[in-house]
Design a protein around this ligand. Structure first.
Ligand code: DC
Length: 237
């Protein structure tokens, strides 16, 4: 079964934002989705949810058939509160916080390596494309899940900068971490995401790349909104 199979062109406006972890995709995707009044797909959350669900149901990561079945049928929901807070539920339980832990991230990157799992999650991801539009954030949104998206962005940043962002975030949460260890983790996560056979992380040929290493969130947002204005999605600032 090929995960590179093409999908039917979607009539809904889809903006894909791909890139490695820590490049700022999540933050920028949410800001853009809010600005445009579009839906938002955090595709990494689906892999994280599958990692959590497999742990809860004692599905071994070697049992690919059971993992794929779980991927297709797991009971999940995403909600955005009126204050903009985003929460994720697995089987009715709010797992938003558990989803972001390093353990869950590791499980996610393991399940994400199986082509069968990726195929099982493909339709679920595509079903987020509903009017008026979708901002889809991930690793293969522009290459595999929404290859016909009219706007594709690829956000990147140096491993040192991404590790330093994570370092500050963890320090803010009171966690004691080592920066060199985080740089190492970022590098090995990149290595796994970019070198796996199934839908590896890479920029789509028609994606616009933005290196966010020395840019603030505001600068990246302005740059993206400018690009969207040029393409007619938002008025010129
Ligand atoms: O973006 P994130 O850190 O929440 O993603 C968790 C894992 O899922 C990460 O190792 C890469 C993988 N992933 C993927 O393979 N494809 C996607 N579209 C999104 C995430």
């Amino acid at each position: 079964m090929s995960v590179e199979r093409k999908v039917v062109a979607s009539k809904v406006a889809v903006i894909t934002i791909d890139g490695p972890s820590g490049a700022g995709k999540g933050t920028i995707s949410r800001i853009v989705a809010k600005k445009l009044g579009y839906h938002y797909l955090d595709s990494g959350a689906l892999y994280r949810l599958l990692g959590l669900a497999s742990k809860r149901h004692n599905v071994k990561l070697t049992n690919i058939k059971a993992l794929s079945t779980l991927a297709e049928h797991m009971d999940i929901s995403f909600t955005t509160a009126s204050n903009g807070d985003f929460s994720v539920h697995l089987e009715g339980e709010n797992v938003t916080r558990e989803l972001r832990t390093e353990d869950t991230g590791l499980l996610a990157s393991q399940v994400a390596g199986f082509p069968e799992v990726r195929v099982a999650l493909l339709k679920r991801q595509q079903s987020f494309a509903q009017g008026p539009g979708l901002v889809a954030d991930g690793r293969d949104m522009g290459t595999t899940v929404f290859p016909d998206a009219p706007v594709k962005l690829y956000l990147t940043a140096s491993a040192e900068e991404r590790a330093s962002r994570r370092y500050k975030e963890l320090l803010g949460k009171g966690e004691n971490v080592s920066l060199p260890a985080l740089v190492e983790q970022v590098r090995s996560r990149d290595e796994r995401d970019m070198n796996r056979e199934a839908s590896p992380l890479r920029s789509a040929e028609d994606a616009i790349e933005i290196d966010t290493s020395s840019m603030s969130i505001q600068e990246v947002t302005d740059r993206v909104l400018n690009l969207l204005a040029i393409k007619g999605y938002v008025p010129h600032p």
